[in-house]
Write a protein that binds this ligand. Structure first.
Ligand SMILES: Cc1cc2nc3c(=O)[nH]c(=O)nc-3n(C[C@H](O)[C@H](O)[C@H](O)COP(=O)(O)O)c2cc1C
Length: 241
C-alpha cells in the first residue's frame, strides 16, 4: 500500500541485536524528534525519556532484569516515565492544589502519552531498519530504576524500548499472528469475544510455536491475572500518583 503501512503491518519484536553497534547521532536525534512530536493529552507531554546508551548502565539494568538480554545488546535503551512534574510546577506557580493521588484519569492520561510517544520511537527506529522490543519488565524493577536515576516524585518508569541492529544469524522471529479482525474490531458495533475465539487463537499460537512461549495464550493470561501483588500500586503511591 505504502511504506509506512507496510512497515506497521510487518512489525515484529526483535530480541537479538549486534552488541556494541552504535546508532549515528543523526539517527538517534531523528528517533527522539519523532518521539517528541507525538500527540499528547491537552498537549501535556506527560512523559520523560531516559536515553540509555552507556554500556555499563545497560549492563546494570540487564543484571536487574535478566530475562531481557536485549537491554544489554541494544544500541540504545529508552526508559519512558509517566511524568507530571511539569504539571506540579504549574500548579505550584499558580498556587493551586495538585490533586493527583489516586487520580485514575491522570494515570491514564500520562501512560497514554507515554505509550503514543514510545510507539513513535519504535516506528521511527523500525523505519531506519533497526529492531525494537518494548520492555514492560522495567516496571518489575521500577524501584531500582527510580533509585539509579534519582527519578523524583510525580514521575514513574512505565516501560522501556530497546533499539538495536538485528543480528541476522540469531534472528529467527516471524511475524506473529493476531486475533482475527472480527474478534476485536467491530464496524459500528462492539463485538463480544467468546471462549471459542480464545480457543481458536490458542490453537493458532500453538501452531505458530514460538520457542519463548511456553504456555497457551489463554493460560498465560489466566496465570498472570490470577493474583494482584499490588507492588506497582504501592510504588506509584510513593511516587505521588
Ligand atoms: C507494553 C509492552 C511491554 C512489553 N514487555 C516486554 C518485555 O518486558 N520483554 C520482552 O521480551 N517483550 C516485551 N514486549 C513485547 C511483546 O512480548 C510483543 O510485542 C508481543 O509478544 C507481540 O509480538 P510482536 O511484537 O513480535 O508482534 C512488550 C510489549 C509491550 C507492548
Amino acid at each position: 500500500m505504502n511504506e509506512t503501512i507496510n512497515l506497521l503491518k510487518n512489525h515484529r519484536s526483535n530480541r537479538n541485536f549486534v552488541k556494541g553497534y552504535k546508532l549515528s547521532t543523526e539517527e538517534l536525534d531523528s528517533i527522539i524528534e519523532a518521539t517528541k512530536q507525538a500527540p499528547s493529552w491537552m498537549n501535556g507531554q506527560q512523559y520523560n525519556v531516559i536515553v540509555v546508551d552507556n554500556q555499563e548502565i545497560k549492563e546494570k539494568l540487564y543484571s536487574l532484569s535478566t530475562r531481557n538480554n536485549h537491554i544489554d545488546t541494544s544500541s540504545v535503551f529508552l526508559i519512558f516515565c509517566a511524568d507530571v512534574t511539569r504539571q506540579k510546577l504549574s500548579s505550584d506557580y499558580h498556587n493551586q492544589n495538585f490533586a493527583v493521588e489516586n487520580n485514575i484519569d491522570l494515570l491514564i492520561n500520562s501512560t497514554t502519552d507515554v505509550t503514543i510517544a514510545m510507539q513513535n520511537a519504535a516506528t521511527a527506529a523500525e523505519s531506519l531498519g533497526y529492531g525494537t522490543v518494548y520492555c514492560g519488565g522495567v516496571r518489575v524493577i521500577a524501584k531500582e530504576i527510580i533509585e539509579m536515576f534519582d527519578i523524583p516524585k510525580y514521575s514513574f518508569p512505565i516501560c522501556g524500548l530497546s533499539i538495536g541492529k538485528l543480528d541476522e544469524e540469531l534472528t529467527t522471529e516471524r511475524k506473529k499472528p493476531r486475533f482475527k479482525t472480527e474478534v476485536n474490531v467491530g464496524h459500528n458495533e462492539y463485538v463480544k469475544s467468546t471462549t471459542e475465539d480464545i480457543l481458536e487463537y490458542d490453537k493458532i499460537m500453538e501452531i505458530f510455536a514460538e520457542a519463548r512461549e511456553t504456555k497457551l495464550w489463554s493460560k498465560k493470561f489466566a496465570d498472570v491475572y490470577e493474583v494482584n501483588t499490588g507492588q506497582t500500586q504501592e510504588l506509584l503511591k510513593k511516587q505521588g500518583f
